[in-house]
Design a binder for this molecule. Structure first.
Ligand code: SF4
Length: 348
């Protein structure tokens, strides 16, 4: 009897990769899932930090998909290596700072290393030709296969009939007749296939949780680079860009004001790396101050903004503790800003 073939499926948490993996399981392939932790996926960041909007835990879609499929799931941290993809994408960016084509090439390349090290036979992705304008086009499919080094060990079960047969198909490990020839942006065929499999719950529209595709996040990242004077980041930087309200009242400093309890707790871990302000007389946020050359008026403004977002927002005065990085704390009483005094133009 022929040995059971083994494939690794790139699991994004969306429906397409779930279906692709499921199709392979149906063909008797041993499938395990891989999800890469880039530092830019909100599901991964929530899971890692324990911080959720409105303090309401949300599903980690990739974990959930793997659980539904009943497959082993591997999370691979690529935060450091991924930096070069974000900073210097050979194929450029999409609509925002999303280097999708380079990202896919990199991830498939990492999967290729993984299958070599773990004795697996091929790689499966949920890519569909024409689904995404930048990275999922007919022309980009061979580029991903070639530049990742995976070549014909990369199988896209949902679009396979639109592509040349891969090694798993030619060798008969996978029955090509049972693969699909989907193309285009419509989600209807995937939804129909999900219904056939009895899959009724899945992330909409495709499970994308990557903040690099988000205009607002891109704006914050660009602002961060501009004020640091270089295009670079550490993991903590990109994590904080995804947390709190970001306000830049002037070029000397930016405020990161926590929005809820879990953020406040988490951001307190950064007290030693930033100047910070905390309300004392009323429950309220922690504000991290990114900037070193603050004037006394800047400190007062930062304190008044912090008070504005505290439970003392309507009080005549709020007591706050202002703590310079590595310095002595100072307690002051401050009048909270009125809502209209927190200018829209400050928000990043
Ligand atoms: S959306 Fe983000 S994770 Fe997905 S391919 Fe693009 S850059 Fe990569």
């Amino acid at each position: 009897m022929a040995a059971q073939r083994k494939a690794v499926a790139l699991i994004s948490g969306g429906l397409d990769s779930m279906l692709a993996a499921r199709m392979m399981l149906d063909q008797g392939i041993h499938v395990e899932g891989i999800t890469f932790f880039t530092g830019f996926c909100t599901d991964g960041l929530h899971h890692m930090s324990g911080v959720y909007r409105d303090n309401t835990p949300t599903r980690n879609h990739a974990f959930w998909v793997a659980e539904q499929l009943g497959i082993e799931h591997h999370i691979i941290n690529i935060v450091d290596e991924y930096k070069d993809i974000v900073l210097n994408p050979k194929h450029g960016y999409g609509a925002n700072l999303n280097p999708c084509l380079d990202c896919k090439i990199f991830m498939v390349g990492k999967a290729q290393e993984w299958i070599r090290e773990h004795g697996f036979d091929f790689i499966v992705t949920g890519e569909v030709i024409g689904q995404r304008p930048k990275s999922q086009r007919k022309e980009t499919m061979p580029i991903i296969a070639r530049e990742s080094g995976a070549d014909d060990l990369l199988l896209r079960p949902l679009s396979a009939l639109n592509l040349p047969p891969t090694l798993p198909e030619r060798e008969g490990w996978v029955d090509r007749d049972k693969l699909l020839g989907l193309s285009g942006r419509s989600r209807k065929p995937q939804m129909a296939l999900a219904a056939q499999y009895g899959i009724t719950e899945y992330a909409q529209p495709a499970g994308g949780c990557c903040v690099l595709t988000d205009e607002n996040y891109t704006h914050k990242l660009q602002d961060f680079w501009t004020h640091r004077g270089k295009r670079d980041y550490e993991f903590d930087d990109i994590l904080l860009l995804n947390m709190g309200r970001h306000l830049r009242p002037n070029n000397r400093f930016k405020l990161i004001v926590s929005r809820e309890e879990s953020e406040t707790r988490y951001m307190e871990g950064y007290r030693k790396s930033f100047h910070h302000i905390k309300t004392v007389s009323h429950p309220g946020p922690i504000t991290l101050i990114d900037g070193d050359d603050l004037t006394p008026d800047d400190w007062k403004l930062a304190a008044a903004v912090t008070a504005r977002f505290s439970k003392g927002r309507d009080a005549a005065e709020v007591e706050v503790r202002m703590v310079p990085k590595g310095g002595e704390a100072e307690l002051i009483r401050i009048t909270p800003l009125k809502p209209e005094e927190v200018l829209k133009s400050w928000y990043l």
